[in-house]
Design a protein around this ligand. Structure first.
Ligand SMILES: Nc1ncnc2c1ncn2[C@@H]1O[C@H](COP(=O)(O)OP(=O)(O)OP(=O)(O)O)[C@@H](O)[C@H]1O
Ligand SMILES: [Mg+2]
Length: 392
């Protein structure tokens, strides 16, 4: 028994650096994000003359929002230091810290590791922060990652306070710059008093990665994380193909990592497409779950109706008019009022955009053109179970 354990623990691996496959790993280079990094640098140039800036970074899941922000802020801190200028960079994930008080504790912890988790009001903490920045004569660059979670839970009051941090005693400009990062359009959630300090032009929008971009990103990770010649080019091709449906680099890297684990499990020295396919089957369920969380109830009901139709008819495609009938019945089951025809069409479009379904037009038949819906990636039964679980 001990031998088996020892053999497995010390068996050779195709992976040379597991750390490079972590989601919070920041690679030296970020392929296909050079333009965005250049734009960020231009926006924040005034910071080197003590003039604060605010910006917004927006884009769908896995498009590099978090990683480019980290890369940029770390570089900015380093470059400013060469000019004897201290910029403190704090990165807060607002999904984890979604109240004003939790965000401020996170910021103050950066300055004082032992800052207590309780005992100070928001106003007191703002004053402490004020003093810290004044005393140290530093600039703060605060990244509010997944900022929509903070705005949703706590509104924009903290932003209001942080963007109006100056008073008569401070001769300098506001020492705080803020970057809000989100999948959603957070500017539309801001009060007008805060909106005025976020210039619309200071928004960077990241698009989904194309297949070829995902290929380059995956290939870079192969180089960073795997031993030489342990991942076949076909495997990288397949990963790029699969992930391109969502344009999501995280999905690509996760597939790569899992495929490497499969190769290790089989004790082979080369990652081949079969390992990628196995990785995909396992990863799909996790990815779906995260994506489903972003859908509204009627999107879920529409998707469920498609899954039911496909399962019932046991066919490759469902026809929109049939799905709409099923949708009406499904709504009833869940005590929801079915939405009007045009709304239903919008739902279809939106779940297509989210990558759950493909829609194509049939050739002209006796009924004219019809829309044919398919689920490219997952058995209808699996999706149906998941959705029913979700809606319950
Ligand atoms: N251009 C790139 N080059 C190399 N790696 C990248 C690139 N873009 C993204 N990645 C990697 O893909 C993964 C996802 O990126 P990131 O976490 O920045 O996505 P995100 O846009 O913040 O997604 P979410 O909306 O889910 O927070 C990370 O592991 C990141 O390192
Ligand atoms: Mg992110």
């Amino acid at each position: 028994m001990r031998d088996i354990i020892e053999d497995e623990l010390f068996s050779s691996s195709v992976i040379k650096d597991l750390h490079a496959l972590d989601f919070d790993f920041v690679p030296e280079e970020l392929p296909h994000r050079t333009e965005q990094l250049r734009k960020l640098s231009q926006m924040f140039k005034p910071l080197l003359s003590d003039i604060s800036q605010n910006a917004v970074i927006r884009g769908p899941i896995g498009t590099g929002k978090t990683v480019i922000t980290k890369k940029f802020c770390n570089s900015l801190v380093r470059i400013a230091r060469k000019q004897a200028r201290i910029i403190e960079y704090v990165h807060i994930n607002c999904r984890k810290r979604s109240t004003d008080s939790m965000v401020l504790i996170g910021v103050l912890n950066h300055f004082d590791k032992r800052f207590p988790d309780r005992g100070f009001s928001v106003q007191e903490m703002l004053q402490i922060l004020h003093k810290q920045l004044q005393r140290r004569e530093v600039q703060l660059i605060l990244v509010l990652d997944e900022a929509d979670a903070l705005l949703k839970k706590s509104g924009s009051e903290l932003l209001y306070n942080l963007t109006r941090f100056t008073d008569e005693t401070m001769k300098t400009d506001n020492p705080i710059s803020i970057i809000m990062v989100s999948q959603k359009d957070v500017l539309s959630d801001l009060d007008s008093s805060v909106l005025s300090t976020f210039k619309r032009s200071n928004t960077i929008i990241l698009d989904k990665y194309t297949r070829d971009e995902l290929y380059d990103i995956t290939e870079q990770r192969v180089g960073l994380a795997f031993h030489n010649n342990t991942v076949s080019q076909e495997s990288v091709d397949l990963i790029a193909d699969i992930a391109s449906e969502w344009g999501d680099a995280r999905f690509a890297i996760e597939l790569l990592w899992k495929a490497g684990m499969y190769a290790d499990e089989k004790h082979v020295q080369l990652v081949v497409p079969e390992h990628v396919r196995a990785a995909k089957a396992e990863t799909y369920s996790i990815v779906t779950e995260t994506k489903l969380k972003n859908l509204e109830k009627h999107h879920l009901l529409t998707l469920l109706s498609i899954a039911k139709r496909l399962q019932k008819d046991d066919s490759a495609y469902a026809i929109t008019s049939e799905v709409e009938k099923t949708y009406a019945i499904t709504c009833e089951e869940y005590n929801e009022k079915p939405r009007a025809h045009t709304m239903f069409w919008n739902y279809l479009k939106e779940i297509e955009n989210a990558g759950f379904i493909s829609i194509k037009l049939s050739g002209k038949g006796h009924l004219g053109t019809t829309q044919m819906i398919s689920l490219p990636d997952v058995p209808a039964e699996v999706l149906r179970d998941k959705l029913e679980g979700f809606l319950r």
